[in-house]
Design a protein around this ligand. Structure first.
Ligand code: SF4
Ligand code: SF4
Length: 341
């Protein structure tokens, strides 16, 4: 068992926060936080996701490492590895290590199936995101038989190694009534819960209408999550972000740092403002142009965006653009007289 999260990783996370605040307040564009789908390969086939059905060749290791070096020069302070399943890449440890050596905070999103083989990686992460969609039956109805079994051990390993753990749930028709189970699971596993209403982040061609729950049930589930957060449960969010989510499925335009402080890198080396706009814009090729020039080219992106329900980005944006109302519930609870509203 390893110790608590190292001061170096805390510092890296802090530097990412400062970098985003700078991008917000000075208007200077920098790719401070990069979400990187390092592979489209995956060992699961979840009902709401078609990423593995859109095969893209992984970047060879030397090119991926070179991109990390370029990111560091361009001002990237945090990288979030996702996919596909990022642990399908045999070189994921080398990529994480290079980011760490470049002073970046590193988080990784995984379905947990392969984590047992990569336990030493946990010592190098600033946070781990584990995909969980509900108790076993609910989870496996969406993610396939056997997909639940590795999760309790994965959560325990993160806890033992002192890595902050976030359970990421996609809320769809099948699990919309299971939000209390998810909150309880997060509490039991020493994690925080992040819930993302099903939408175009994972899917390009899946019939999402089939997966959407009735509007009243989704809104009731989101309201219930806000209540649990207000009561002190470990749910990511704030009055500001839950107020926005309450209008689901509407997603009105909202201030966002995508393309200014945040960027999405695809498995084949193209850069986009965010994961949703990957489906709506051509992006800019970081392999051909170089990372910094590709990011600069996003300045001309028309950002065909009317807002979104991407919960983690939403909460981050609300913190930057509406800081008082976006203080997380768990922080508000610690402020005398600042109990959540
Ligand atoms: S949601 Fe994640 S685990 Fe599921 S198929 Fe898509 S990439 Fe794989
Ligand atoms: S609001 Fe959402 S879809 Fe729009 S640019 Fe930001 S992250 Fe992308």
């Amino acid at each position: 068992m390893s110790g608590r999260r190292s001061p170096g990783r805390r510092l890296a996370t802090l530097r990412a926060g400062v970098g985003l605040a700078r991008a917000r307040w000075t208007g200077r564009r920098r790719p401070v936080v990069v979400s990187w789908a390092v592979t489209h390969r995956c060992n699961l086939r979840c009902a709401y996701c078609d990423v593995p059905d859109r095969p893209l060749a992984d970047l060879p290791t030397p090119r991926a490492l070179d991109l990390i070096d370029q990111m560091a020069v361009a001002g990237t302070r945090a990288v979030s590895f996702n996919g596909g399943e990022p642990l399908m890449r045999e070189d994921i440890g080398a990529l994480v290590d290079r980011c760490g050596r470049r002073g970046m905070a590193v988080s990784l999103s995984t379905n947990g199936v392969l984590l047992e083989r990569h336990l030493p990686l946990l010592d190098r992460l600033s946070s781990l995101q584990l995909s969980v969609d509900g108790p076993r039956e609910v989870h496996e109805a969406l993610r396939g038989p056997g997909s639940w079994q590795p999760l309790p051990r994965a959560a325990a390993a993160a806890r033992e190694r002192g890595v902050p753990l976030v359970l990421s749930a996609v809320l769809a028709r099948h699990n919309v009534d299971a939000v209390d189970d998810l909150v309880d699971l997060a509490s039991a596993w020493g994690a925080r819960l992040s819930v993302l209403p099903v939408g175009p982040v994972h899917a390009h061609s899946v019939d999402l209408e089939e997966l959407y729950p009735p509007v009243d049930r989704m809104r009731a589930a989101l309201a219930r999550l806000a209540d649990r957060a207000r009561e002190g449960a470990p749910v990511l969010g704030s009055p500001s972000s839950f107020a926005y989510l309450a209008a689901w499925p509407d997603a009105p335009p909202i201030p966002c740092l995508a393309g200014r402080g945040l960027a999405k890198l695809s498995a084949d080396g193209r850069l986009f403002p965010c994961a949703i706009l990957e489906h709506r814009t051509a992006g800019s090729n970081a392999l051909d142009r170089g990372f910094a020039a590709a990011f600069d080219a996003l300045a001309g992106d028309p950002l065909r965006c009317g807002g979104c329900h991407c919960t983690k980005t939403l909460q981050l944006n609300r913190l930057l653009f509406d800081p008082v109302a976006a203080l997380p519930y768990r922080v508000r609870a610690r402020i005398p007289g600042g109990r959540a509203r």
